[in-house]
Structure formats: structure tokens, C-alpha cells
Design a protein around this ligand. Structure first.
Ligand code: NCD
Length: 304
């Protein structure tokens, strides 16, 4: 039985198949409305979530399935000290597939090792977020028509931002890419992610200056500073507004730039930019639901 713990658990052709499936769901939604009839998704969220949880749940409902679960760990027996392994062995008795978010890095892997149904990592601490990456890749595919030959800027909290880690890993498999990693010194990409880029011979630059990087970018992927991962509030306050994208700052950007953000946004993108046709972050939200539908279909097909 197949789970999705890291985006590297899907090869490029599986990602292509998922995108083709999502394109087909857009074209023929009625063909999928009973695909998960009598199937149940366990939605186990030990950390706050708006888009990821609700898009998984909407995805399962749109496929004709049902959903049960919890939206905070303290309402489960985790509050009494139950281990992830025991929770998952239990939930496996009730559902056909599980989406799980947890503050501890590696918890979804422990879950997958103890589950008798597929487990999807819906975000583990500051580590990975593979289904956000599926949303991001599908957005780039639809906006740019390709996933190769792009200059991609990622900006903000590259240290704790798990969506960035998964996105860089996933994109390192496409040809002709170049990354510009834009962050304050203290929030640089972890070395294991950089090793990954080096290993795949993907060129990248690191800079603190968004203004200098902007003119050459095809994609700008903004992220929020991850307050909940800081040990010390003073550091968060000092770093939280490191980058604020405003219409004035976009003056030197490409006309076909795609501005992305996994959301939630705090201050990093001025709301005035929402009207700019280059802003695609709310399209990412919809694309996330479509790719989660495709993923549920693929993982459930693999259990047959
Ligand atoms: C992200 C996450 O949870 O990592 N949100 C999301 O799932 N779209 C990004 C974030 O919280 O900053």
C-alpha cells in the first residue's frame, strides 16, 4: 500500500499523471463524483490548518466519499498521551485513507509505518509539505505550460517553510531550472535541501535582496515567516517583515511573472497585488483541491 510522505515518493511521470488527472477533473467533473463512494478519509490535524484540511475534506466529498477526523490534536487521545502509532492503528480500523498534519517532523512517516491504509503527509513541522507542492506544480503547469526552463525565486522563511523544502526538492528534477533563494541570513534554506540541489546540479544563488532578484524571475514564491517555529519571540518580531511585496516593487518585474504563495499571508504581499493578473495565489488554493482529488484517486487505485 502506497503512502505519500515526501514529494520524492512520487516520480516525475507520476506527477505528470496526477496533473493530467486534475486537468481531466476540471474538464469532466461529473465523471468523478462517485469515484470514492462508500470510502472514508480520516482527516487528522494536530496543527492548525485552513486550506490543507478543508481542501482534503472538500476533495473527498466531491469524489462522493465521506470524512471523519479532528482539527486539533488536543481533541484526540494525543492529549492523554497516546502515541502517533497507536492513534494510527486505531484510525486505520475506521477509514480507507488518512491525511495527517503534525508539528513533529517525521510523524507522518511513523504513521505510514503503522497504518494499514495509505497515509498522506499534510505537513510535518518545519520539514515537508508534499501536497502543497502538488498544488504549486500544477499551478506552474497551468500558468506557464511547463515545469522546466524557469528562473524561480523563493522568498521569506526558507529555513522553517516546509512548502519551500518540498518545492525545491520536487523541481530539482526538471531541466533548465535556476533558483534564487531570497532570505535573511538567519532564515536560509537548510543544508539538506541545498545538498539536494547540488546533487542534481541545479544552479542557485542566495541573496537577501528581493529588489535585485525580481527582474530576472519567471516565478516568485513568497512565504510567511513561520512564527510557530521560532524559539524566541524577539527574533520573530525582528524578522517578520523582512519582505513586503508592493505594487511599486513589482515595477521592474517581468510582465508574465507568476506570483505564488502557499498562504496564509500575513504581511508579505500587499493586498493591492491581489488585483494584479500576475497574482496566482488564490488559483493555487483551487489547484490544491484538484490535486488532492487526483492524489486520493491514485493512492486508492493502488490499494485495489
Ligand atoms: C503552509 C503550511 O502549512 O506549511 N500552509 C499551507 O498548507 N498552505 C504555509 C504556511 O503555513 O506558511
Amino acid at each position: 500500500m502506497k503512502s505519500l510522505i515526501s514529494i520524492m515518493g512520487l516520480n516525475v511521470s507520476e506527477i505528470d499523471s496526477l496533473m493530467a488527472l486534475a486537468d481531466d477533473i476540471i474538464a469532466r467533473p461529473e465523471s468523478y463524483q462517485d469515484a470514492m463512494r462508500r470510502k472514508k478519509l480520516g482527516s487528522l490535524f494536530f496543527e492548525p490548518s485552513t486550506r490543507t484540511r478543508l481542501s482534503f475534506e472538500a476533495a473527498m466529498l466531491e469524489l462522493g466519499g465521506q470524512v471523519l477526523g479532528f482539527s486539533e490534536g488536543m481533541s484526540s487521545s494525543a492529549a492523554k498521551g497516546e502515541s502517533v502509532a497507536d492513534t494510527i492503528k486505531t484510525v486505520s480500523c475506521y477509514v480507507d485513507i488518512i491525511a495527517m498534519r503534525h508539528p513533529k517532523e517525521g510523524a507522518p512517516l511513523v504513521a505510514a509505518n503503522n497504518a494499514t491504509v495509505p497515509v498522506i503527509n499534510a505537513g510535518d513541522g518545519g520539514h515537508n509539505h508534499p501536497t502543497q507542492t502538488l498544488a504549486d506544480l500544477f499551478t506552474i503547469h497551468r500558468e506557464k505550460g511547463r515545469l522546466d526552463n524557469l528562473t524561480v525565486g523563493v522568498c521569506g522563511d526558507l529555513k522553517f517553510g516546509r512548502t519551500v523544502h518540498s518545492l525545491l526538492e520536487a523541481m530539482s528534477r526538471y531541466a533548465g531550472l535556476r533558483f534564487v533563494l531570497i532570505s535573511p541570513e538567519e532564515l536560509k534554506v537548510p543544508s539538506y535541501v541545498k545538498q539536494h540541489l547540488k546533487h542534481n546540479a541545479i544552479p542557485y544563488d542566495q541573496t537577501e535582496s528581493l529588489a535585485e532578484a525580481l527582474p530576472e524571475l519567471d516565478i516568485l514564491y513568497m512565504t510567511r515567516v513561520q512564527k510557530e517555529r521560532f524559539f524566541n519571540e524577539a527574533d520573530y518580531i525582528r524578522l517578520k517583515d523582512s519582505y513586503i511585496l508592493t505594487p511599486a516593487k513589482l515595477e521592474n518585474a517581468k510582465k508574465d511573472l507568476a506570483i505564488m504563495h502557499p498562504l496564509p499571508r500575513v504581511n508579505e504581499i500587499s493586498v493591492q497585488i491581489d488585483k494584479d493578473p500576475r497574482a496566482v495565489y488564490f488559483k493555487q488554493v483551487l489547484n490544491g483541491k484538484l490535486m488532492r482529488m487526483a492524489l486520493i484517486l491514485m493512492l486508492m487505485e493502488a490499494t485495489k
